[in-house]
Design a protein around this ligand. Structure first.
Ligand SMILES: [Zn+2]
Ligand SMILES: [Zn+2]
Length: 382
């Protein structure tokens, strides 16, 4: 479809308005309100609110019966201070749209515009504006929300803008698209003592040293794994800043990452064993917690074929990375439960990277992205 210049300018202005008022994961209340207000112009058949938090869904129905196609955009921003200088800078200090979710929401609003002009021939389109993607919580909460029972998709698609790829190129892979990941917190409790007599207490210092070394070493281990995996130690804390005291408490935090879900299970078991062994050896009490769990995003073949056909029809170049992406996407919860696939739209070869303080969503890829989603809908619901 051809997006008129007026419509495009309206979408760009909307994207920049979302950019000015970013909200952190789980707090996207005003963002959802703004989107709902904007979508009213395109008269969706039905709107669902407060899905798994601030989630919003707009439904468009065709005249004939047919499958439900769900398209997902995310809405959350990041705790990053913006270093750009433009007239739509973030007004929320310390928070900014540095992953382009403002752009994804504008794109999906553009799809609403297209569906308003030309409803699907049959079936149903669900435009889902997802909360809390960055923390890996939104998708799980939306899927588990009782209201979502009425929105069960037969097909689910999502896109992410991707710096490092030429603007407007479509980036897609068979099967594994993005990695599984999760955060591990190891809490070690011993006993403080006078720093003059560390032998009278139980210090976790050596256990922390062993754990950091062995967790990092797991990334290199080949045995028992099928593909790429990585452990990144991201934070540690040992005792207090008190030169008279030998520490009695420590924390180690690490991110586990793998392309495959079975490797993640292996990695988890081995990381747990390392923490337990160190705690035993140094007579510490250990407590493990997990945060921000993302399953691998695994693309369904039929959905990948539809993405490829649509890109070809839209004259967009297709790029197929040799390996899955190391980052994670909570769309993996959707591809675990429904027939679905995720693809990327290049943001420009030299565009600042995602989550960098100078990143900004490239508005020039909005039309290609809308045409991909629109083409996918017309392909399935013809
Ligand atoms: Zn992100
Ligand atoms: Zn993102």
């Amino acid at each position: 479809m051809n997006i008129s210049n007026d419509d495009l300018q309206q979408l760009i202005a909307f994207r920049q308005r979302l950019h000015q008022h970013p909200e952190l994961s789980g707090k996207e209340v005003e963002t959802a309100k703004k989107i709902k207000e904007f979508l009213k112009k395109f008269s969706p058949d039905q709107i669902y609110e407060n899905l798994g938090g601030a989630g919003l869904a707009a439904v468009y129905r065709g005249s004939g019966t047919g499958p439900t196609v769900l398209l997902r955009a995310d809405m959350d921003a990041l705790p990053i201070d913006e270093t750009n200088d433009f007239d739509y800078n973030s007004k929320n200090k310390g928070v900014a749209h540095k992953c382009g979710h403002d752009g994804h929401s504008a794109i999906l609003s553009g799809v609403a515009q297209a569906l308003h002009q030309q409803p699907p021939a049959r079936g149903r389109v669900v435009l889902l504006f997802l909360p809390a993607e960055e923390t890996g919580q939104g998708a799980r909460r939306v899927i588990d929300d009782p209201k979502f029972a009425e929105l069960q998709p037969d097909y689910a698609f999502a896109l992410h803008n991707l710096p490092g790829f030429a603007a407007g190129h479509v980036v897609v892979r068979d099967e594994h698209f993005a990695a599984a990941s999760k955060g591990m917190i190891i809490r070690l409790t011993g006993k403080t003592s006078h720093a003059a007599n560390p032998e009278h207490g139980i210090s976790p210092a050596m256990a922390v040293a062993d754990i950091i070394k062995e967790l990092t070493g797991l990334s290199m281990e080949k045995r028992g794994f099928n593909d790429f995996k990585l452990i990144t130690v991201i934070h540690t804390r040992l005792g207090e800043i008190a030169f008279g005291t030998s520490p009695g408490y420590a924390e180690v935090m690490a991110t586990l990452r793998s392309f495959r879900n079975d490797d993640m299970q292996q990695l988890t078991d081995k990381a747990l064993a390392i923490a337990e062994k160190a705690a035993d050896q140094y007579r510490l009490h250990e407590k493990i917690e997990w945060r921000e769990e993302f399953p691998a995003t695994i693309n369904n073949q039929e959905c990948v074929d539809i993405i490829r056909q649509t890109a070809t029809k839209n004259n967009l170049k297709i790029e197929e990375p040799e390996t899955p992406f190391r980052w994670s996407e909570d769309f993996g919860y959707f591809t675990s439960e429904y027939k679905g696939a995720m693809f990327g739209i290049g943001s420009g070869k030299n565009h600042p990277e995602l989550h960098h303080p100078d990143y900004d969503f490239p508005d020039e890829i909005i039309p290609q992205a809308i045409n991909m989603f629109d083409g996918i809908i017309r392909n399935i619901l013809a």
